[in-house]
Design a protein around this ligand. Structure first.
Ligand SMILES: [Zn+2]
Ligand SMILES: [Zn+2]
Length: 383
């Protein structure tokens, strides 16, 4: 579609209007958020000063990924502040802040986080700026990527500002609206993605009007926002946006296209990161499983080898034992044989002796008988 024709297209004009609406909300909220963020930053540093009895709060050397928090995990290995992924749970390689500052700020950020369990978005923040840049602390409350290099309020978009308000316990006290997830603040925050991530760059009349009505309601929040000049000015702009004859300037249109383009690029980066992470996870898992299997294979192999060696050893021992046993038995048999032989010889000797004696007896008896015979013969001769 030709550009001029596109601008005449109602649905495309609606889409540009919704984008402009978000820009007006950001303008309306920016000074309010900046004020809260600065105030809270001062309060946090004061609290750290009192906690560790410090005269000044300076560091600029700590890295949030390796920072040792002030709090320590419980005996049951839980984070006492209720964080699911906390530096306190993995104390290996963590370094305490040399100035006793950053660990205490880390704890404060967790305690100020409004979600259950608390989940500060540490990837957005640079702890080296915690002592000097209030928004570097505030960024921990933006649960979305893309804010890594932003430091000043003016650099944050409507969704970023709303994240900060919604995810901070203290900031919620400055809002009348109850944050439930479907409240007007949450709806406007989510509309940013719905508008800028839409491929068609088109919106129906009722859709754009519903978005703008939400934006106006938000800026009329009763406690503080509605009383601020910037909010009032933004509401006026939003009301004009709703009028049928609203003229979209080419500058406005170009700006919204640029913002949408940046949002889409950000989304792309986020998706790429998700894909990379998933790929890495898969690779790590596969690698780990391969290692496991190889390890198990090696273990089984070495176990088998060991068993083989044991069997072999046992066989050798058995063989030796059998041999020894046989030898032993042989010796025993030989011994027995010798004993038997000796016994037999002894018996034989005895028998011989006995026979000899018997023979002698017989000889004696014979001699006696001879004598008796002679005597008898002599006797007979005399008669
Ligand atoms: Zn913890
Ligand atoms: Zn430090």
């Amino acid at each position: 579609m030709e550009h001029q024709a596109q601008l005449k297209d109602k649905k495309y004009r609606n889409w540009v209007k919704a984008g402009l609406g978000l820009k007006y909300v950001k303008e309306g909220l920016e000074p309010f958020c900046d004020h809260l963020v600065n105030q809270q930053h001062t309060a946090i540093l004061d609290k750290v000063k009192r906690k560790h009895n410090l005269s000044t709060v300076t560091c600029g050397r700590c890295d949030v990924r390796t920072l040792q928090p002030d709090h320590i995990q419980t005996k049951t290995r839980q984070c006492p502040l209720g964080q699911m992924y906390c530096n306190c749970l993995h104390s290996r390689g963590k370094i305490s802040c040399a100035k006793k500052v950053c660990g205490a700020i880390y704890d404060e950020i967790i305690q100020l986080h409004a979600s259950t369990p608390p989940a500060p978005y540490w990837k957005n923040t640079d702890a080296q700026q915690w002592c000097t840049e209030p928004w570097s602390v505030a960024k921990c409350f933006i649960n979305a990527p893309g804010y890594e290099h932003k430091i000043r309020a003016v650099e944050f978009d409507c969704a970023g500002l709303l994240h900060v308000l919604l995810n901070n316990i203290e900031f919620q006290q400055h809002i009348k609206c109850a944050i439930t997830g479907t409240d007007v603040f949450s709806r406007v925050r989510m509309s940013r993605n719905e508008i800028f991530h839409s491929n068609s760059m088109e919106l129906e009349d009722n859709a754009v009007n519903s978005y703008i009505d939400d934006m106006i309601e938000l800026l009329k929040d009763k406690i503080e926002i509605k009383h601020r000049q910037e909010s009032k000015a933004a509401v006026k702009k939003l009301q004009k946006l709703k009028q049928e004859d609203f003229i979209i300037s080419t500058t406005d249109e170009a700006e919204i296209r640029r913002v949408a383009m940046a949002a889409v690029k950000e989304k792309e980066k986020e998706l790429e990161q998700t894909i990379t992470n998933a790929g890495n996870k898969l690779r790590t898992t596969a690698e780990r499983e391969r290692h496991d299997i190889e390890g198990k294979g090696l273990a089984i192999k070495s176990e088998l080898e060991q068993t083989g060696q044991n069997i072999e050893k046992k066989l050798v021992i058995k063989e030796d034992e059998s041999k020894k046993k046989l030898e032993q038995e042989g010796i025993e048999i030989e011994k027995q044989l010798t004993r038997k032989k000796v016994e037999a010889e002894e018996q034989l000797e005895q028998k011989l002796q006995e026979s000899k004696l018997q023979l002698e007896d017989i000889a004696e008896t014979k001699r006696q008988a001879e004598k008796s015979k002679q005597k008898v013969g002599n006797f007979i001769y005399y008669f």
